[in-house]
Design a protein around this ligand. Sequence first.
Ligand code: SAM
Length: 297
Amino acid sequence: MLLSLQQDPPWVGFRVNTLLADITDVIESPVFSGIGCRPVSWRPDAFLVPFECRQRLVNSKAFTEGQIYLQNLSSMFTAQLLSACPEEQVLDLAAAPGGKTLILAQAMKNRGRIAAVEVVKNRFYKLTENLRRCGVQIANCYHKDGSKVGRQCPSMFDRVLLDAPCSAESRIRANRPDTYAFWNLHKIKDMQRKQKQLLHSAILALKPGGLLVYSTCSYAPEENELVIERQLQKFAGQLEVLPVEAPFSNTQTGLTQWQGKPLNRMLSRTLRILPDPQTGMEGFFVCLLKKDTACVE
Ligand code: SAM
């Protein structure tokens, strides 16, 4: 286990929601003048502002009208990795509050269909409200347990995003005891159990030949490599881990052994995003999976 005991990041990321607004119009509007807005080289709709400007953004009309969405760059990268396309059938299996669903809808140009699933009621309402405010027209939101979806909708989706519930180790801040008050080894085990169920469901729901992104904001191998290792064993020979290529260097490749036990060598193609004070990027783990065209469960 690796804990990052960092302070709040000095930069805050946000995206212009191209479903509702033009990038240049938003960035040249008065709210952004004089605050040192930095473009992000690998996403034309993404920008960074100093942390102290966060509240100014939240209070802006662009924010309340859904023209901008505050989001960490690591989250943006995770959703972008799925490479969703217009007209596809996409599943977002743990979707609230919906920041990554919005990226999928933008990539799909509001054409096709997204099934966005969330099990916690108040988070489900937040999800539907965020997607409505941001002009997402192709999402159907479902208040249900994602671990049941795979059996109910087998081989239905071209792409699946599972941004799994996790122990959120990368959000731990040394100056904020509330961020680690509930962290313990039992919590990691409990999360691992849920993650295994959700990932199994996600794979069942994926069409043969389809792509799946699994991500967490935890560093724990128990919540990452070991969760994937389990499914690689269950779907023996029918899943391929594809290499994750990142347009930034604050990364570490996935582990191929843990506590003396060898793991599937394909796990070296997964990626940990390490916290980066230059961009405010938070720690994340990402894995891109492809289901074999001949996969049968
Ligand atoms: N992808 C979201 C975003 O970028 O806005 C964040 C997702 S958050 C990491 C994980 C979400 O999964 C939480 O909202 C949590 O309530 C939800 N969740 C937990 N267990 C679930 C389950 N069994 N089925 C569906 N959603 C679940």
